[in-house]
Design a binder for this molecule. Structure first.
Ligand SMILES: Nc1ncnc2c1ncn2[C@@H]1O[C@H](COP(=O)(O)OP(=O)(O)OP(=O)(O)O)[C@@H](O)[C@H]1O
Ligand SMILES: [Mg+2]
Length: 244
């Protein structure tokens, strides 16, 4: 699924300060590719992911999924669409400590009202794919930081959603665990999932098909990364090509 943001502005107001987190930001995320996003703290990366993933709505501008405006749908329809299409991997992982690793991974699929057995099978498969099969019956508190991170990714994998939005999933991990996370995301991409990865690590950012650099609520540069060097196309041209 390709995602477009058109002139997206998001402001946050507290008592006497107004922050413009995103300032007329336009961006097209190509379908089935890994797009990485890099930029200084506070430049609006998390805000952008939340808006792309329909967790939040822009004050101005719009979000389109496969060309269709989705940011002005009712809250209920947005929720339904988000559950169907989008998986998040947050920095804070939101694992539930009281239920097993497998149950954690199966949970979002359960929200989609899939049969319990199918959810369980998907969860077991995703854990297997991430080298965590042997931890399936454990509880999150029994895992290392890197393993917990992979459980959160397994949860996204088990959803088989069209889009994965990952906010610094390698932030607190050592090199080896980071590599495991990246491999898992690349495996999703290989299945046709659209993956958007926010990172502070310039080396990781370079991996993407496309690299998006942000500053002060804007996109300051879009370019090809290592995966995409041959197919690179500036996204403005791309947006025009698909008709805006
Ligand atoms: N709920 C909120 N209320 C008020 N201000 C907010 C809120 N969420 C974000 N902001 C502000 O909007 C700006 C962008 O925040 P955002 O979290 O998107 O940055 P970021 O690029 O993800 O930073 P980091 O790399 O530190 O995670 C910041 O100035 C932040 O303080
Ligand atoms: Mg952030």
């Amino acid at each position: 699924m390709h995602i477009e943001l058109h002139g997206v502005t998001r402001r946050f107001r507290s008592r006497d300060v107004e922050t413009t987190a995103l300032n007329a930001l336009s961006l097209a995320i190509p379908s089935g590719r890994l797009t990485t996003v890099i930029g200084p703290s506070g430049c609006g990366k998390t805000t952008m992911l939340a808006i792309m993933g329909l967790l939040d709505a822009p004050d101005e501008g719009e979000v389109r999924f496969d060309g269709e405006c989705v940011s002005r749908l009712s809250a209920r329809r947005r929720l339904a669409l988000r559950r169907e299409k989008v998986s998040f991997i947050f920095q804070s992982l939101n694992l539930i400590e009281e239920i097993s690793v497998t149950e954690n991974v199966a949970l979002p699929a359960r929200y989609m009202s899939l049969p319990a057995r199918e959810c369980r099978e998907r969860a077991e498969q995703a854990l297997e794919d991430l080298g965590l099969g042997f931890r399936a019956g454990h509880f999150p508190f029994q895992l290392s930081g890197g393993q917990r991170q992979r459980v959160a990714i397994a949860r996204a994998l088990a959803m088989r959603s069209d889009v994965i939005l990952a906010d610094e999933p390698t932030g607190n991990l050592d090199r080896e665990s980071s590599a495991g996370v990246l491999e898992a995301l690349l495996a999703c991409r290989a299945r046709g999932t659209t993956v958007i990865l926010v990172t502070h690590d310039p080396d990781i950012a370079e991996l993407g098909d496309f690299v998006v650099e942000m500053q002060g609520g804007h996109v300051t540069l879009e370019r090809a990364g290592e995966l995409g060097e041959r197919r690179a196309a500036p996204s403005e041209r791309w947006v025009r090509a698909i008709g805006t």
